[in-house]
Structure formats: structure tokens, C-alpha cells
Design a protein around this ligand. Sequence first.
Ligand SMILES: [Zn+2]
Length: 432
Amino acid sequence: MAYGDDAVTLSRDEIDALQVQALRETLERARRAPAYADRLSDISPNDIRGPEDVRRLPLTGKDDLRAGMPWGFLAAPRRDVVRMHYSSGTTGLATAVFHTRGDLERWAQCVARGMLAAGVTEDDVFQNMMGYGLFTGGLGFHYAGELIGCMTIPAGSGNTERQIHLMQGFGSSVLHIIPSYALRVLHVCEGEGIDPHADLSVRVIFVGGEPHSEQLRRRIEDGFGAKVYNCYGLSEMCGPGVAMECAQQHGLHVCEDHYLAEVLDPETLEPVPPGELGELVLTTLCREAMPLLRYRTRDIVHVIEGECPCGSRHARISRIEGRSDDMLVVRGVNVYPLQVERALLDFDEVGRNYVITLDRPADLDRMTVAVELAQAGFADEMRRLNALRERICRRLRSELDLGVEVELHEPGALPVSEGKAVRVIDRRNQET
Ligand SMILES: [Zn+2]
């Protein structure tokens, strides 16, 4: 029999009631973790009356997880733990995440919900092209594919020729892949003379693991002739499956029976008005081995308001729009460099390199965006360039709610940095 999911039809009131009950139980479980025991001594489950009472609970940061290594956040007996993952350590030491058997089952259900929403069935062949191992991308989707009943191919990442060989040989119809790797696969197809539209059967692609733009999604869709769906997650929660797009491809539905999501101003830690950008803060609602309260993801999103035409009443969030660590405050407005990048992607005339400079002449913040042109030779066409600069100014103003200066540069004129590009120069606190 086909796998189904009842929670996707819950009404908003039912979701709220379920969250309150689950929050109370989570509070009781979290107390058993040494790292939370003291911090929860003066709050009782009776203090939780609505989902908003989550704000009575303490925030948890990555530093807390590091300080609690290895067992500080474990709330279940060690014999009940059946798996451990390591969260990636891109900004410091990695931390351990523990799962009971029940945790793993619920994780698979979250991912399966998103796969079903995209139309995946037991007739599909699912090629999982994410890394298996301590990284959660591979195993997270693997068990969801099997739960639905897909023929699941644990291809892992890399060895692109073999990946394409598998797709051709077994008619893979569903992929899970990192977006930049999807472009690499298309590139190799082109080199091998394989036309993905004619020679492959891919119709649904789940992408995750790195931030990407809407433009990149369209390129992957056009390249494979398939629909591409965003998937959000982080190892500290479970991995992929915290929030996934439905067939509308407009916002990711949070699995609200598993996670309570808040969007907070990263500076004040107060909720932002609906629809405004803020940091996603997540509380696990069913986690047995390692309940986490109000975990600061550092990912910047906004809530998408209104009811989704798909019928699900689980709240929707945007794709990741930035990282709270990168946030700039300019004349009181929160600005994320990723917003600037997204606005510039609208212009074919500009290249991919840009630098934001902040200074404070006459005691007022000034933000200047230096933009490289895509092709040389424009320097003679001043009139056209002025018009382009005006359009970029207007686009940035509507994106940021902030007036900025824009400079245009010849290709290759802006400094190229090794590794992570330096996008922001803040001179505001320098003596001049
Ligand atoms: Zn929907």
C-alpha cells in the first residue's frame, strides 16, 4: 500500500494545539539533559499555554552545544541511542547529534512528506546523490525514499560519469543533489554528448545543502527538464526535512508537528513583524535523544504569509536569504550581502564580483556597492552606463529599503580573494 501522511491535512488550530502539547512534553524531556537541567528549574509545563510561550524557554546556540560536548545535551539513556551524526564544523568545532530509533523514524517521515508533496510515488527510482556518513544529507533522504517505496539508489556524491551511467541504466526519475553539483552533472552530460531531456528520465530534483538563487534553480530545471524543489535542514535538528517546498514552489512548509519555528531579529532577539527578514530559531517538538530548545540556526529567512494553495496549513518560510553573522546595520536598516547579490543577478550586464563599502561621511552611514561589468568595452558608453547604474540603484533600494551609491567597474577591476570572497569593507569606525 502507498505510504500516506495524515499530519499534512491538519488545520491551523489543530497544529497550534499539537504544538502546545508537544512543547510541554519537550520541556519535561529536556530537563533530563545535564546542559538544560539548571536552566529549566523555574519553568513548568503548565506555563506553556500557547505556541508563543516558547519564548519563556532559553535560547540555545552553537557555542552551548560545543560546551556541552559530548553528552551534555543527551536527554535519553545512552542505550536508547541508535545513531550519532556530526554537524559540519565550518565555523568551529563540529558537535554531536544523537538519535533514538523513534527519532530516525520521524526524521524519515518529515522528508517523506516533502517528497510526497512534490509528487514522488513508489513507482519512482530515487538516486540519492548526497554524501552518506557523518553528514546528514545522504541518510536523511535515503530512509524517506524507502519509506515511500521508491527503488532507492545510495549513489552518494562524486564520480559523475558513474552517476550519469546509473541515471541512464536504471531510469532514475528523482534526484537529491547539491545545486552546484547539479550544474557539474549537466556540464559532464554536455561533454559526453548526452541530452538530459532525451536520454535521461529525471522529473523531480530535490536540492539542499548550500544557499542558491532562484536563477540557479531555473538553470537546473531547464538543463534536466525537471522540477527542482528546495529542501531546508540542519544537522542540529535532524538534517534535511525541517522544511520543504510543495508543488507550488513558493516557500518551504515547516514540519510544524516536529518543529516550532520563530523568526527573530538577530540583534534584539524579539520576533520580527510578519514577512520581514530575521533569524530562524527552531525548537524540536518530538526529539527523544536530544531535544533542543530555541536553537539559533543563524539562517536568515522570512515567513511567507497567507494560505498556500496546496492546502497545507503548515507555516512557510523563504529560502535562506543570508546568515545572521553577515548582517550589517546601515542607518538602522538590517542588510544582508546575499540580498545585494540577488538584486545584482537581475542584470545581465553585470558580472559576479561586487564589493560593499560602508563609511560615515558627515555622521551619516553611506553604503557604496562597487559592481564589475560582465564585458569590457562599456566604458565608452557613458549614457548607457548611467542608465544601468540608475536601474541597479533602484533595484537595490527596493530590495533593501535603503538608498545606496553604486559604482561600475571594468571586468577584473575588483580584488579577487582566495577562498571566501571579501564582500564587505566597513570603514565606519575608523578615524579619518
Ligand atoms: Zn504548499
